[in-house]
Design a protein around this ligand. Structure first.
Ligand code: SAH
Ligand code: SF4
Ligand code: F3S
Length: 449
């Protein structure tokens, strides 16, 4: 086969970033080359996200652009992958006929075959969801670097009433523990320093009798100089065993993304979130007792149907009480097919925006205050490379997921751990001075051999 060049754009969550690497792994095996320039491409793929209306609109904009390209180059294959492929398959293939390929998250193995079909003038459609597909034998195409994504489970069974994910990604299923551990060994040998284990509900991971805590400790043992992160945790499945596992392993990062969504029990019930604020706060308090210094981030939705001003105030209250280190904050966006879609989207755009701004302002104040308390303290960071703004500065990340900027120094190597003294802080960034190299060694080399 002639070598074909594939160009891919990725939208949405980290699971999509990880899926893109799987897609490139599958296509690489069949002789496809990756190109970074869309003008060189024979095949253009867009790995899409359906989580909110805006995400989809943005992608439709990009599709329009690729459609124009196709006018000048009719042999170009344009394909939609990911969550929009699953959600809008009919629309995309039939009504708009913009694209040649529509392939959902569980059918990427068929991509080479479907691309061939598209070359032959057929539409390449693969949108079945699977109860078993985990791609655990596929070697993802990863660029060299320090940080890797690794999906350990797929799908979601939680059915929060606002969310499309259970419809676009299907039922929960987990990868075998051994295949995850093997992949981490390979990452460590390749010079990676950190992995983020991914799943929409990563802590409901289950491989026979092995739960997520078992998986985390197995991953942490591979290489003690290698950081383990994970996301996203659901408050329902954050077990004591998991908290003790994080506390007991120095290389499992002390950072938990634990979306609360709303501070009102009434809204949480309408969202089908399965916990109350009382339960949630007690969970946070327990985690802080078991893992001293643990940091938390959250997701918040403003303007869910029927949300009153009092409900909104309760969200601000829970933010003040927990004091999140960071938050991802969104306006409610009705998604067809979900349970909430059948409720009236009765909060005006203006009110949603006003509430969202109050939430964002409050979070910035909280993050700022937390970061101010770190001034004068020593923090260990993994040196990730030049800072985004200047190559005279390095950027590193603390185990609690905070970015620290510090002056470049010839003795400091990217990928090493250093101690910094924090001298300045904004709500988003810390600044520090070099104190010393950290000797974080891999005391488990035998396990890798
Ligand atoms: N599985 C993760 C992440 C899901 S998507 C979890 O359970 O937390 C990431 C975030 O997008 C969600 O936590 C939620 O805050 C937000 N989100 C999901 N659907 C949404 C919708 N219809 N409108 C606005 N925000 C939404
Ligand atoms: Fe969506 Fe809820 Fe599943 Fe998260 S837990 S992916 S918000 S349904
Ligand atoms: Fe978006 Fe699908 Fe992820 S809807 S957030 S890409 S699971």
């Amino acid at each position: 086969m002639n070598k074909n060049k594939v160009y891919i754009e990725t939208y949405g969550c980290q699971m999509n970033l990880a899926d893109t690497e799987i897609v490139l792994g599958i296509l690489g095996d069949k002789g496809y080359d990756l190109t970074k320039s869309v003008n060189d491409a024979d095949v253009v793929l867009i790995n899409t996200c359906s989580i909110r209306e805006k995400a989809e609109q943005r992608i439709y904009g990009r599709l329009g652009y690729f459609k124009n390209m196709k006018n000048d180059k009719p042999e170009l294959i344009v394909g939609i992958l990911g969550c929009m492929a699953e959600r809008l398959r009919k629309d995309l293939m039939e009504k708009k006929s913009i694209v040649d390929l529509v392939v959902g998250p569980d059918e990427y193995r068929r991509l080479p075959e479907l691309i061939d079909a598209a070359y032959n003038g057929d539409k390449g459609i693969g949108v079945k969801l699977s109860r078993t597909e985990t791609y655990d034998d596929i070697i993802p195409h990863r660029e060299d670097g320090l940080q890797a994504w690794l999906s350990v489970m797929r799908g979601c069974d939680k059915f929060c009433t606002f969310c499309v994910v259970p419809f676009t990604r299907g039922r929960e299923r987990s990868r075998a523990i051994n295949s995850v551990v093997d992949e981490i060994k390979q990452l460590s040998q390749r010079g990676f320093k950190e992995v983020t284990l991914l799943g929409q509900n990563v802590n409901s991971y289950l491989d026979n009798d092995k739960d997520f805590a078992d998986l985390l400790s197995a991953c942490a043992e591979v290489d003690r100089s290698f950081r383990i992160r994970f996301t996203t945790s659901h408050p329902q499945d954050l077990s004591d065993k998991l908290l003790y596992t994080i506390a007991g392993n120095q290389n499992i990062c002390n950072y938990i993304h634990l979306p609360v969504q709303s501070g009102s029990d009434r809204i949480l019930k309408l969202m089908n979130r399965t916990y109350t604020i009382d339960h949630y706060i007690k969970l946070i308090e327990k985690a802080r007792r078991i893992i001293p210094g643990v940091s938390f981030s959250t997701d918040i939705i403003s303007g869910f149907p029927t949300e009153t001003y009092e409900d909104h105030v309760k969200t601000l209250e829970v933010m003040r009480e927990v004091k999140y280190d960071g938050a991802y904050m969104f306006k409610y966006s009705p998604r067809e097919g979900t349970k909430a879609y059948r409720m009236k989207d009765d909060i005006t755009e203006e009110t949603k925006s006003k509430r969202l701004h109050e939430i964002i302002d409050l979070q910035q104040q909280i993050s700022y205050q937390i970061n101010q308390t770190l001034i004068g303290k020593d923090e260990i960071v993994l040196v990730e490379g030049s800072s985004r703004k200047s190559d005279k500065f390095f950027a590193g990340r603390t185990d609690t997921n905070k970015v620290v900027i510090f002056p470049v120094n010839d003795d400091i190597k990217v990928g090493s751990y250093v101690t910094l003294k924090i001298n300045k802080a904004t709500h988003a960034t810390l600044f520090g001075d070099f104190v010393e190299q950290e000797n974080v060694t891999n005391n488990n080399l035998a396990l890798i051999a």
